[in-house]
Design a protein around this ligand. Structure first.
Ligand code: GDP
Ligand code: ZN
Length: 368
C-alpha cells in the first residue's frame, strides 16, 4: 500500500507529501528566482545529503551550508534550496527551521548535535507492559517542548491492559502530569487506537521518542503499513535518471504526514542520561527542604540540612557531588536548546562580572 506515499503521485506538488506548504513556498521564493529547486532533506551523510524534490531524490553536497555552529548543520527534515544540476550539485541554502531536535552531550567540551528539523509532533512511546514512570515521561516531554514540537504520549501495548477502567486510569495518571499533551492508548498488536495516532501524525512531521522496547519500531511499521526496512530501501531516481537504492530517515506515511526516524533519535539511552535527577536523588531533595534558605547551595550556608546529614554520616559526600554534577549537566542540556534560559544565564554572568569588578574597585579604593 504505497500509492499515496509515492513522491510522484497525484498531487500537483509532489512536495506536499513531504509537508511543503504556502509558508515554505514563501520562504523559498527568493531562491526560486535564482533557479534553485526546493526540497526536503531525507538523509544526511558526512558532507552529503539526499534531498526529496518534485523530480525525485537528489544527492547533494552540503559544503555551502556547513557553518561552524554544529546546530546549524543541515539535517534530516530541513527544507533546502538545491542546485538543479552540477557535479557536485550543491545545497545552496537551508530555509529557517520551525523546530529542531538537538541532542546535547553531557560532556562539557562537545557541542550539541542537531538530530531532526521541522518536527511538528513528538510522539513519546510509553510501554504499558511495565509500570508507568511519570518522571521519565516528564523528561521526554521536556525534550519535546524544548524542540518546539507538540508532544503526544502514546501508551503502547495497550492490549496488555484489556480492562477498560484500568486503561482509563492509566491515561488519566499520565494526563495529570502532562498538561496540554494528548495521551493515546494504542495497541500495534490488535490495531486499537492506531487510527487516532495516524490522524494525529497525518497533520505534519512526527518523530517517535521513547525508551528502547517501548514499541517504537512496531508503531513505525504499523503507521507505514509495511516493513520499515523495505520502505527505507526504496529505489529512487537520481539526477541522471538512474535508479539508485537509498536509505531514508524521513518517510512519507501512506495515511498522510511524514515520520523522521534517525539513528540519533533512536539512541534513546542518551535521552535517558539526564532523566529524573530529582527522583534519583530524592533523599537529597528531601533534606534540602529542611535547609534554612530555600535556595541553599549546601556549601557553607547556616542551617543547611544537607551538610548536617553529611557531617552526621547519614549522607555520603559522594552522593552530593554526583547530584551537583547531574544538576550542572542538566542545566547545560537545557541551556543548549532554550534561548530564553541561555539569555538569563548570560545576564547572570554579566551581573556577576559587574559585581566582581565593583568589589575589586572597592578593594583598591577606587569606588565613587
Ligand atoms: P522499540 O525498541 O521501541 O523500537 O520497541 P519494539 O517496537 O522493538 O517493541 C519491543 C517489544 O514490544 C517487541 O517484542 C514487540 O513485539 C513488543 N510490542 C510492540 N508493540 C506491541 C503491542 O502493541 N502489543 C504487545 N503486546 N507487544 C508489543
Ligand atoms: Zn543546604
Amino acid at each position: 500500500m504505497s500509492s499515496s506515499s509515492s513522491a510522484s503521485g497525484i498531487s500537483p506538488s509532489p512536495l506536499a507529501h513531504y509537508g511543503w506548504d504556502a509558508a515554505w513556498a514563501e520562504a523559498f521564493a527568493p531562491y526560486e528566482t535564482d533557479g534553485l529547486l526546493p526540497g526536503r532533506v531525507v538523509r544526511v551523510d558526512r558532507g552529503q545529503c539526499d534531498v526529496a524534490t518534485a523530480g525525485g531524490i537528489l544527492r547533494a553536497d552540503t559544503a555551502f551550508v556547513t557553518p561552524h555552529d554544529p546546530l546549524r548543520v543541515v539535517c534530516t527534515g530541513d527544507w533546502v534550496a538545491v542546485e538543479p544540476g552540477g557535479t557536485p550539485r550543491y545545497v545552496r541554502a537551508c530555509l529557517p527551521r520551525r523546530t529542531a531536535f538537538v541532542r546535547s552531550t553531557s560532556s562539557k567540551r562537545s557541542e550539541g548535535q542537531i538530530l531532526a528539523a521541522n518536527v511538528d509532533h513528538a510522539i513519546v512511546a510509553v510501554s504499558l507492559a511495565v509500570e508507568l514512570d511519570l518522571g521519565r515521561i516528564e523528561r521526554f516531554l521536556a525534550l519535546a517542548w524544548e524542540s518546539g514540537a507538540q508532544p503526544v504520549v502514546v501508551l503502547s501495548k495497550a492490549d496488555l491492559v484489556p480492562d477498560a477502567a484500568t486503561r482509563a486510569h492509566l491515561v488519566q495518571d499520565v494526563e495529570t502530569s502532562a498538561p496540554g499533551v494528548p495521551v493515546l492508548p494504542v495497541s500495534a498488536r490488535d490495531g486499537d487506537g492506531l487510527d487516532v495516532l495516524a490522524a494525529v501524525v497525518s497533520g505534519g512531521t512526527a518523530v517517535l521518542l521513547g525508551q528502547s522496547g517501548a514499541g517504537k519500531s512496531t508503531l513505525t511499521n504499523a503507521l507505514l503499513g509495511e516493513d520499515v526496512m523495505d520502505v527505507q530501501a526504496t529505489r529512487d531516481m537520481d539526477g541522471k535518471g538512474r535508479h539508485t537504492t537509498t536509505v531514508r530517515n524521513l518517510l512519507v506515511l501512506p495515511g498522510g504526514g511524514v515520520l523522521i526516524d534517525t539513528p540519533g533519535l533512536r539512541g534513546v539511552g542518551l535521552w535517558d542520561a539526564g532523566t529524573g535527577v530529582g527522583q534519583v536523588f530524592a533523599e537529597i531533595e528531601e533534606l534540602a527542604g529542611d535547609c534554612r534558605f530555600h535556595d541553599c547551595a549546601h556549601e557553607s550556608e547556616p542551617g543547611c540540612a544537607v551538610r548536617a546529614a553529611i557531617d552526621s554520616g547519614d549522607l555520603p559526600e559522594r552522593r552530593l557531588e554526583s547530584y551537583r554534577k547531574l544538576l550542572r549537566e542538566n542545566q547545560y542540556i537545557v541551556a543548549k536548546t532554550d534561548a530564553r534560559l541561555r539569555a538569563e544565564i548570560r545576564k547572570d554572568w554579566k551581573r556577576k562580572g559587574a559585581m566582581g569588578r565593583a568589589a575589586g574597585e572597592l578593594k583598591r579604593g577606587r569606588a565613587r
